[in-house]
Ligand binder design. Structure first.
Ligand SMILES: Cc1ncc(COP(=O)(O)O)c(C=O)c1O
Length: 387
């Protein structure tokens, strides 16, 4: 097997988790073939020449300050976390005018989101739109409970009125991902505030704000103030996206102390956090120059992708995130994923039955250029199918 085809096989395995009905393998995690030799130096990121645009990471991170902090923390890696966790909770609480008791830190926001889904699934269903980042709710409802989905929306937007109507007595939580993943679209802030106030009188409302910092107006788009105002709301945030720390695994939930306590019944304690990740989060949290730089790169990349798509007769939904959801028209997103993988560009395949929609993340500018350069021949290769 040539080196090129070995890479392509790896990429195929990495992207195949996007297929309909696939389980929880994260993009980028490919199992070694049984009996394969384990190489002495693992790859910590994409292989050279590979544009990894399949997991909404921020390749500009970790920031210089985070790297320095991690170096110091790593040297004390013999010890479980302690002061750094207290510090991080206090920083987050202070920004929002809350207390540390309002914060639950976890290994990525996936940790807290899964604990939350487990916590509510005993008392009812989790209500969400047809298409949203449902990984943790699927995980949390494996033992009991289920996800109730709204009908497919033709514009792929979240229909808040329909969501409100669907809050029946058997719904234990409403889950809104805002901006949504994989669509990238953000809800109108005033409508979301009104919806959340009303809906949270009937049931718990979860706002997953993983991409909030990448929106045009993060403050207006955040529902954290509703926690302070006493509404029955949980907000999830992460250091995996704009902070560029996906591999360092730090995220958090913000909610009323009694809600945090309820979720904590299902959670591993703070000791489950890792010293270097927390150090990086503390060092990055207020690093405005780094955050502004990363955001500018995302905006630049979105511009390049939009231009590249237009030049090939395609378009994407309006994105407020570091990824775009591309309308392939009559082409299959799985065929497209495979054709792009042949060209060393990793993107996502089909989501549920949205067979003609393809998600691409904003990587480094060179990665995005590689995506754009690969478009004409990849598209040319794919047969058009009846929609
Ligand atoms: C909307 C959303 N929420 C949460 C997550 C989980 O990220 P993490 O566990 O790295 O914080 C993701 C990851 O892609 C996401 O897209």
């Amino acid at each position: 097997m040539s080196n090129g085809s070995a890479i392509n096989r790896r990429m195929f395995l990495a992207g195949s988790s996007a297929a309909i009905g696939s389980s929880m393998v994260l993009p980028g995690l490919a199992a070694a073939a049984p009996g394969a030799m384990v190489s002495s130096a693992p790859a910590y990121g994409p292989l050279p020449g590979v544009a990894k645009l399949n997991a909404n990471e921020n390749p500009y991170g970790p920031s210089p300050a985070a790297l320095k902090a991690m170096d110091a923390a790593m040297r004390k890696g013999a010890y479980y976390v302690n002061d750094s966790v207290t510090r991080l909770k206090a920083m987050i609480a202070e920004r929002h005018g809350l207390t540390s008791e309002h914060i639950l830190l976890s290994s990525g926001s996936s940790g807290g989101l899964t604990y939350l889904a487990q916590a509510v699934s005993g008392s009812g269903k989790i209500l969400g739109p047809d298409l949203f980042w449902d990984t943790t709710s699927r995980m949390g409802t494996r033992q009991q409970g289920e996800i109730k989905r709204l009908p497919k929306a033709s514009d792929l937007a979240i229909n808040l009125a329909a969501m409100e109507d669907a809050i029946s007595d058997d719904v234990a939580m409403v889950q809104i991902t805002n901006p949504n993943n994989p669509t990238g679209m953000v809800l109108a802030p005033d409508e979301l505030v009104m919806f959340t106030k009303r809906a949270s009188k009937k049931t718990l409302v979860l706002l997953d704000e993983a991409y909030n910092e990448l929106t045009d107006d993060p403050e207006a788009n955040s529902m954290v103030p509703l926690v302070k105002q006493g509404y029955n709301v949980v907000v999830a945030r992460t250091f995996s996206k704009i902070y560029g720390l996906a591999g360092m695994r730090v995220g958090y939930l913000i909610a009323a102390p009694e809600t945090i306590e309820m979720i904590s019944q299902y959670a591993l304690g703070d000791y489950s956090l890792n010293q270097a990740g927390v150090a990086a989060a503390v060092a990055s949290y207020d690093d405005e120059p780094f955050l502004a730089y990363a955001k500018a790169k995302v905006v630049e990349a979105r511009g390049l992708i939009s231009e590249g798509l237009a030049a090939n007769g395609l378009s994407a939904l309006p994105s407020s995130t570091n990824f775009m959801f591309v309308d392939l028209g009559k082409r299959s997103a799985e065929d497209f994923r495979a054709a792009m993988a042949q060209r060393n560009v990793l993107i996502r395949g089909i989501y549920r039955d949205y067979t003609q929609w393809s998600r691409v993340s904003m990587g480094e500018i060179k990665d995005v250029q590689q995506y754009v350069a690969a478009l004409p021949s990849a598209l040319d290769e794919i047969p058009e199918v009846a929609v």
